[in-house]
Design a protein around this ligand. Sequence first.
Ligand code: SF4
Length: 240
Amino acid sequence: MNWEPWTGCYKISDGCTNCYFYGPHAKRYGQNTIQKTDKFDWPVRKNTKGEYNMKGNKILATCFATDFFLPEADAWRKEAWAMIRERTDIDFLILTKRIDRFPISLPSDWGTGYDNVNIGCTVENQASADYRLPLFLSYPIKRRFIACAPLLEAMDLTPFLHGVNHVTVGGETGRDARVCDYDWVLDIRGQCVKADVTFWFKNTGSFFRHDGIVEKINPYKQTGRAKELGIDISDGKRLF
Ligand code: SF4
């Protein structure tokens, strides 16, 4: 389940080049215009009986069509944090390419982090990993994971894995998607094994190189194709 408190975004790094936001979603909601949605207060909206419309005990992913840490959302983020704090019965999952803006608009009672917040730092190549991950590890966050998506090259995450719970890897989707190489995926998995960190190969991307060929894979089959390779490492807990 997703919660989109605001919409709109703009490119910040190589991983954004073929962002799906610049496709049909942008046509529908506008591009580069950052605005609150009518679902802004959705997690805390109540019915006439005073009960939350949204049931608890679930994982709620947020900001798939935007970035939680956009500067344009600095004022709204305070309210978003307050809603997250109120719904302790929901696990919020926040993925970002702008982790360097994490400390801005942080609530005064954040302390070492809220228990119900998972922050995922997205990295697509070694340069983005080397810049973003040391910052990510330096911030007070209770539950962290790394999302290598879209995976654009081989990456060494070894220096950063001691501080995270989980790594997710995924290829790029779309007509102009860049190739995802299975050797890069297996290499990151090997790093996770050594560091005792869980690992999920989320999707192959549209162009998946393995065994000397590049396989073209339909968007609806990429998750299943990744799963059938059987390389995930789980501790039995569900993150997504
Ligand atoms: S940060 Fe995310 S939503 Fe924004 S342009 Fe980049 S990939 Fe798209």
